[in-house]
Design a protein around this ligand. Structure first.
Ligand code: ZN
Length: 338
Protein backbone atom coordinates (compact mmCIF):
# COMPACT_ATOMS: atom_id res chain seq x y z
CA UNK A 1 0.00 0.00 0.00
CA UNK A 2 1.34 3.43 -0.87
CA UNK A 3 1.76 6.09 1.82
CA UNK A 4 -1.14 8.55 1.92
CA UNK A 5 -0.25 12.04 0.69
CA UNK A 6 1.07 14.22 3.52
CA UNK A 7 -1.53 16.60 4.90
CA UNK A 8 -0.04 20.07 4.48
CA UNK A 9 -1.02 23.56 5.51
CA UNK A 10 -1.41 24.71 1.89
CA UNK A 11 -3.66 21.77 0.97
CA UNK A 12 -5.99 22.44 3.89
CA UNK A 13 -5.96 26.24 3.70
CA UNK A 14 -6.38 27.14 0.02
CA UNK A 15 -4.46 30.13 -1.31
CA UNK A 16 -7.68 32.11 -1.65
CA UNK A 17 -8.46 31.53 2.02
CA UNK A 18 -4.98 32.53 3.15
CA UNK A 19 -5.10 35.73 1.08
CA UNK A 20 -8.56 36.78 2.21
CA UNK A 21 -8.96 35.41 5.72
CA UNK A 22 -7.27 38.23 7.64
CA UNK A 23 -9.11 40.92 5.65
CA UNK A 24 -12.50 39.16 5.99
CA UNK A 25 -11.96 38.60 9.72
CA UNK A 26 -10.90 42.23 10.27
CA UNK A 27 -14.04 43.48 8.47
CA UNK A 28 -16.34 41.05 10.28
CA UNK A 29 -14.77 41.71 13.67
CA UNK A 30 -15.12 45.49 13.16
CA UNK A 31 -18.86 44.97 12.56
CA UNK A 32 -19.03 42.69 15.62
CA UNK A 33 -17.34 45.34 17.79
CA UNK A 34 -19.91 47.93 16.64
CA UNK A 35 -22.60 45.80 18.31
CA UNK A 36 -21.00 46.36 21.71
CA UNK A 37 -20.32 43.89 24.50
CA UNK A 38 -22.01 43.88 27.91
CA UNK A 39 -20.00 40.88 29.16
CA UNK A 40 -17.72 41.75 32.11
CA UNK A 41 -14.04 40.87 32.03
CA UNK A 42 -13.51 37.75 34.12
CA UNK A 43 -11.02 37.63 36.99
CA UNK A 44 -10.62 33.86 36.70
CA UNK A 45 -9.97 31.10 34.17
CA UNK A 46 -13.21 29.70 32.66
CA UNK A 47 -11.81 26.16 32.89
CA UNK A 48 -9.86 25.73 36.18
CA UNK A 49 -11.20 28.92 37.90
CA UNK A 50 -7.60 29.92 38.71
CA UNK A 51 -7.14 33.65 39.37
CA UNK A 52 -3.66 34.13 37.93
CA UNK A 53 -4.34 35.53 34.47
CA UNK A 54 -1.79 36.95 32.02
CA UNK A 55 -2.57 39.13 29.04
CA UNK A 56 -1.65 37.06 25.96
CA UNK A 57 -2.53 39.25 22.97
CA UNK A 58 -5.18 41.43 21.36
CA UNK A 59 -6.61 40.38 18.03
CA UNK A 60 -9.38 41.94 15.95
CA UNK A 61 -10.30 44.13 18.93
CA UNK A 62 -10.66 41.21 21.36
CA UNK A 63 -8.39 40.55 24.31
CA UNK A 64 -7.05 37.04 24.98
CA UNK A 65 -5.74 35.99 28.40
CA UNK A 66 -3.74 32.93 29.40
CA UNK A 67 -4.34 31.12 32.68
CA UNK A 68 -1.24 30.86 34.87
CA UNK A 69 -2.43 27.51 36.27
CA UNK A 70 -3.80 25.35 33.43
CA UNK A 71 -2.44 27.55 30.58
CA UNK A 72 -5.86 27.77 28.95
CA UNK A 73 -6.12 30.63 26.44
CA UNK A 74 -9.41 32.46 26.21
CA UNK A 75 -11.21 35.55 25.06
CA UNK A 76 -11.65 37.97 27.99
CA UNK A 77 -14.27 39.28 28.12
CA UNK A 78 -16.11 36.64 26.11
CA UNK A 79 -18.06 38.05 23.17
CA UNK A 80 -21.74 38.71 23.90
CA UNK A 81 -24.55 36.51 22.59
CA UNK A 82 -25.55 39.24 20.11
CA UNK A 83 -21.97 39.48 18.82
CA UNK A 84 -21.75 35.72 18.33
CA UNK A 85 -25.13 35.63 16.61
CA UNK A 86 -23.93 38.30 14.17
CA UNK A 87 -20.61 36.53 13.57
CA UNK A 88 -22.14 33.12 12.86
CA UNK A 89 -24.59 34.61 10.37
CA UNK A 90 -22.08 36.98 8.72
CA UNK A 91 -20.55 36.75 5.21
CA UNK A 92 -17.45 35.38 6.99
CA UNK A 93 -19.25 32.08 7.61
CA UNK A 94 -20.33 31.78 3.95
CA UNK A 95 -16.69 32.51 3.00
CA UNK A 96 -15.45 29.79 5.37
CA UNK A 97 -17.92 27.26 4.00
CA UNK A 98 -16.78 28.11 0.46
CA UNK A 99 -13.16 27.27 1.27
CA UNK A 100 -14.19 24.16 3.18
CA UNK A 101 -15.88 23.03 -0.03
CA UNK A 102 -12.75 23.97 -2.07
CA UNK A 103 -10.47 21.91 0.19
CA UNK A 104 -13.06 19.18 0.84
CA UNK A 105 -11.13 16.27 -0.71
CA UNK A 106 -7.86 17.36 0.94
CA UNK A 107 -9.60 17.31 4.31
CA UNK A 108 -11.20 13.87 3.96
CA UNK A 109 -7.92 12.02 4.88
CA UNK A 110 -7.83 13.85 8.25
CA UNK A 111 -11.26 12.38 8.98
CA UNK A 112 -10.35 8.92 7.69
CA UNK A 113 -7.64 8.77 10.37
CA UNK A 114 -10.17 9.86 12.98
CA UNK A 115 -12.59 7.12 11.88
CA UNK A 116 -9.86 4.49 12.27
CA UNK A 117 -9.38 5.71 15.87
CA UNK A 118 -13.15 5.60 16.57
CA UNK A 119 -13.35 2.05 15.25
CA UNK A 120 -10.67 0.99 17.70
CA UNK A 121 -13.25 1.69 20.46
CA UNK A 122 -16.62 1.26 18.75
CA UNK A 123 -17.43 -1.09 15.87
CA UNK A 124 -21.11 -0.17 15.55
CA UNK A 125 -23.92 1.65 17.37
CA UNK A 126 -25.50 5.08 17.46
CA UNK A 127 -23.23 8.03 16.82
CA UNK A 128 -23.98 11.75 17.27
CA UNK A 129 -21.83 14.21 15.33
CA UNK A 130 -21.90 17.68 16.92
CA UNK A 131 -21.23 20.70 14.68
CA UNK A 132 -21.35 18.76 11.40
CA UNK A 133 -21.06 21.94 9.25
CA UNK A 134 -20.84 20.86 5.59
CA UNK A 135 -20.46 17.18 6.51
CA UNK A 136 -16.85 16.29 5.64
CA UNK A 137 -16.81 13.80 8.51
CA UNK A 138 -20.14 12.30 7.40
CA UNK A 139 -18.75 11.82 3.88
CA UNK A 140 -15.61 10.11 5.21
CA UNK A 141 -17.81 7.95 7.47
CA UNK A 142 -20.02 6.89 4.53
CA UNK A 143 -16.96 6.03 2.44
CA UNK A 144 -15.60 3.90 5.30
CA UNK A 145 -18.84 1.87 5.31
CA UNK A 146 -18.67 1.74 9.11
CA UNK A 147 -22.08 0.45 10.30
CA UNK A 148 -23.13 3.35 12.54
CA UNK A 149 -26.60 4.85 12.92
CA UNK A 150 -25.69 8.50 12.55
CA UNK A 151 -27.33 11.55 14.08
CA UNK A 152 -25.97 15.04 13.67
CA UNK A 153 -26.65 18.39 15.25
CA UNK A 154 -25.80 21.88 14.09
CA UNK A 155 -27.61 25.12 14.95
CA UNK A 156 -26.93 26.77 11.58
CA UNK A 157 -29.67 27.02 8.89
CA UNK A 158 -27.13 26.87 6.06
CA UNK A 159 -25.38 23.81 7.49
CA UNK A 160 -28.66 21.96 8.08
CA UNK A 161 -29.92 22.60 4.56
CA UNK A 162 -26.62 21.37 3.14
CA UNK A 163 -26.64 18.27 5.40
CA UNK A 164 -30.26 17.50 4.57
CA UNK A 165 -29.54 17.60 0.82
CA UNK A 166 -26.26 15.65 0.86
CA UNK A 167 -26.80 13.20 3.73
CA UNK A 168 -30.53 12.32 3.74
CA UNK A 169 -29.91 9.09 5.67
CA UNK A 170 -28.65 10.83 8.85
CA UNK A 171 -31.02 12.01 11.57
CA UNK A 172 -30.61 15.76 11.67
CA UNK A 173 -31.19 17.93 14.75
CA UNK A 174 -31.07 21.68 14.16
CA UNK A 175 -30.00 22.61 17.68
CA UNK A 176 -27.14 23.32 20.02
CA UNK A 177 -25.91 20.13 21.68
CA UNK A 178 -26.96 21.50 25.11
CA UNK A 179 -30.57 21.59 23.85
CA UNK A 180 -30.84 17.92 22.82
CA UNK A 181 -33.08 15.79 25.03
CA UNK A 182 -31.80 12.34 24.06
CA UNK A 183 -30.24 11.39 27.38
CA UNK A 184 -28.17 8.21 27.42
CA UNK A 185 -28.97 7.50 23.75
CA UNK A 186 -25.53 7.54 22.14
CA UNK A 187 -22.70 5.00 22.04
CA UNK A 188 -20.37 7.68 20.72
CA UNK A 189 -20.34 11.43 20.22
CA UNK A 190 -17.96 13.12 17.79
CA UNK A 191 -17.13 16.81 17.86
CA UNK A 192 -14.46 17.94 15.43
CA UNK A 193 -12.77 21.33 15.79
CA UNK A 194 -15.79 22.81 17.53
CA UNK A 195 -14.84 23.08 21.22
CA UNK A 196 -12.68 26.16 20.52
CA UNK A 197 -15.83 27.98 19.31
CA UNK A 198 -17.89 27.18 22.39
CA UNK A 199 -18.66 29.92 24.91
CA UNK A 200 -19.15 27.61 27.91
CA UNK A 201 -17.13 24.40 27.53
CA UNK A 202 -18.24 23.11 30.97
CA UNK A 203 -21.88 23.27 29.86
CA UNK A 204 -21.09 21.41 26.63
CA UNK A 205 -19.03 18.72 28.36
CA UNK A 206 -21.92 18.23 30.83
CA UNK A 207 -24.39 17.83 27.94
CA UNK A 208 -22.10 15.29 26.27
CA UNK A 209 -21.96 13.22 29.46
CA UNK A 210 -25.77 13.33 29.74
CA UNK A 211 -26.29 12.24 26.09
CA UNK A 212 -23.83 9.33 26.26
CA UNK A 213 -24.84 5.94 27.54
CA UNK A 214 -22.71 4.66 30.45
CA UNK A 215 -19.35 3.53 28.93
CA UNK A 216 -20.07 5.64 25.84
CA UNK A 217 -17.21 7.55 24.18
CA UNK A 218 -16.67 11.19 23.32
CA UNK A 219 -14.20 11.72 20.47
CA UNK A 220 -13.19 15.30 19.82
CA UNK A 221 -10.42 17.42 18.36
CA UNK A 222 -9.33 20.98 19.02
CA UNK A 223 -6.19 23.11 18.60
CA UNK A 224 -3.39 22.20 21.02
CA UNK A 225 -1.73 25.41 22.17
CA UNK A 226 1.28 23.75 23.80
CA UNK A 227 2.31 22.11 20.51
CA UNK A 228 5.30 22.68 18.22
CA UNK A 229 3.48 24.99 15.80
CA UNK A 230 1.95 27.11 18.60
CA UNK A 231 5.31 27.41 20.35
CA UNK A 232 6.85 28.77 17.15
CA UNK A 233 3.96 30.99 16.05
CA UNK A 234 3.08 32.34 19.52
CA UNK A 235 0.71 35.30 19.39
CA UNK A 236 0.83 35.23 15.55
CA UNK A 237 -0.80 31.80 15.28
CA UNK A 238 -3.32 31.69 12.45
CA UNK A 239 -5.90 30.03 14.73
CA UNK A 240 -6.13 33.05 17.05
CA UNK A 241 -9.46 34.03 15.56
CA UNK A 242 -11.79 35.74 18.01
CA UNK A 243 -14.78 35.92 18.08
CA UNK A 244 -14.65 32.54 16.25
CA UNK A 245 -12.05 30.80 18.45
CA UNK A 246 -12.68 31.86 22.05
CA UNK A 247 -11.46 28.89 24.13
CA UNK A 248 -8.09 27.43 23.16
CA UNK A 249 -7.05 24.33 25.07
CA UNK A 250 -3.98 22.31 25.89
CA UNK A 251 -3.72 18.86 27.47
CA UNK A 252 -3.78 20.30 30.99
CA UNK A 253 -6.92 22.44 30.55
CA UNK A 254 -8.61 19.51 28.76
CA UNK A 255 -7.88 17.27 31.76
CA UNK A 256 -9.54 19.82 34.06
CA UNK A 257 -12.58 20.11 31.77
CA UNK A 258 -13.11 16.35 31.52
CA UNK A 259 -12.63 15.72 35.24
CA UNK A 260 -15.15 18.38 36.21
CA UNK A 261 -17.73 16.89 33.79
CA UNK A 262 -17.23 13.40 35.26
CA UNK A 263 -15.63 12.04 32.08
CA UNK A 264 -12.50 9.89 31.97
CA UNK A 265 -9.59 10.71 29.68
CA UNK A 266 -8.93 7.40 27.94
CA UNK A 267 -6.25 8.45 25.44
CA UNK A 268 -5.19 11.24 23.12
CA UNK A 269 -3.32 11.64 19.85
CA UNK A 270 -1.93 14.47 17.75
CA UNK A 271 -2.17 12.78 14.34
CA UNK A 272 -1.21 15.61 11.95
CA UNK A 273 2.49 16.39 12.54
CA UNK A 274 2.89 17.21 8.83
CA UNK A 275 0.54 20.17 9.30
CA UNK A 276 2.77 21.61 12.04
CA UNK A 277 5.88 21.17 9.95
CA UNK A 278 4.42 22.73 6.79
CA UNK A 279 3.01 25.66 8.77
CA UNK A 280 6.30 26.28 10.60
CA UNK A 281 8.20 26.10 7.28
CA UNK A 282 5.95 28.87 5.96
CA UNK A 283 6.45 30.97 9.08
CA UNK A 284 10.24 30.60 8.97
CA UNK A 285 10.42 31.28 5.22
CA UNK A 286 8.74 34.63 5.91
CA UNK A 287 11.81 35.57 7.97
CA UNK A 288 10.44 36.73 11.37
CA UNK A 289 13.29 36.66 13.93
CA UNK A 290 10.92 35.86 16.81
CA UNK A 291 9.57 32.76 15.09
CA UNK A 292 13.10 31.64 14.27
CA UNK A 293 14.12 32.06 17.91
CA UNK A 294 11.06 30.10 19.06
CA UNK A 295 11.86 27.23 16.67
CA UNK A 296 15.51 27.23 17.72
CA UNK A 297 18.50 27.61 15.42
CA UNK A 298 19.04 23.88 14.92
CA UNK A 299 15.46 23.19 13.79
CA UNK A 300 15.24 26.39 11.72
CA UNK A 301 18.38 25.42 9.79
CA UNK A 302 17.10 21.94 8.90
CA UNK A 303 13.32 22.11 8.60
CA UNK A 304 13.43 22.93 4.86
CA UNK A 305 15.17 19.58 4.22
CA UNK A 306 12.40 17.15 3.21
CA UNK A 307 13.86 14.12 4.95
CA UNK A 308 14.36 16.04 8.21
CA UNK A 309 10.87 17.57 7.94
CA UNK A 310 9.24 14.16 7.42
CA UNK A 311 11.10 12.69 10.43
CA UNK A 312 10.16 15.72 12.57
CA UNK A 313 6.50 15.29 11.58
CA UNK A 314 6.64 11.63 12.66
CA UNK A 315 8.34 12.61 15.94
CA UNK A 316 5.58 15.12 16.72
CA UNK A 317 2.96 12.41 16.17
CA UNK A 318 4.85 9.83 18.27
CA UNK A 319 5.44 12.23 21.16
CA UNK A 320 1.94 13.78 20.81
CA UNK A 321 3.11 17.36 20.41
CA UNK A 322 1.43 18.40 17.17
CA UNK A 323 -1.03 21.28 16.88
CA UNK A 324 -4.36 19.47 16.78
CA UNK A 325 -5.25 17.14 19.62
CA UNK A 326 -7.72 14.28 19.28
CA UNK A 327 -9.13 13.15 22.61
CA UNK A 328 -10.90 9.93 23.51
CA UNK A 329 -12.98 10.41 26.67
CA UNK A 330 -15.51 8.09 28.24
CA UNK A 331 -18.56 8.33 30.47
CA UNK A 332 -17.87 5.91 33.32
CA UNK A 333 -20.11 2.86 33.56
CA UNK A 334 -22.85 2.49 36.19
CA UNK A 335 -21.50 0.97 39.43
CA UNK A 336 -22.40 -2.71 39.66
CA UNK A 337 -25.08 -3.59 42.26
CA UNK A 338 -23.69 -5.68 45.08
ZN1 ZN B 1 -7.00 27.64 34.14
Amino acid sequence: MSEPAAITFDAIHTRKKQENLARMMAETAAAVLQIGNDQPRSDHCPICKGRELHHFTDKFGFRLDRCGHCHHLFCNPMPSRAQLHYYYNSPMKAFENEFFIESFENRVPIFSRRIAIIQHYLSAGRLLDVGSAIGIFLTALERSEAPFEVHCCDPSDDACQHLWRHHPQVQLHQAMVEELQLDGQFDGITMWDTLEHVQNPHEVAGAIRRLLRPDGYWFFSTPNTTSFEWTVAGTDHVQILPPGHINLFNLESLRVLLASAGLSLIDYHTPNGSLDVSYVRKLLAAGDAGHRANAGHFIAERIHDDEFAAALARLLVETRQAGNILVIAQRPGEPAHV
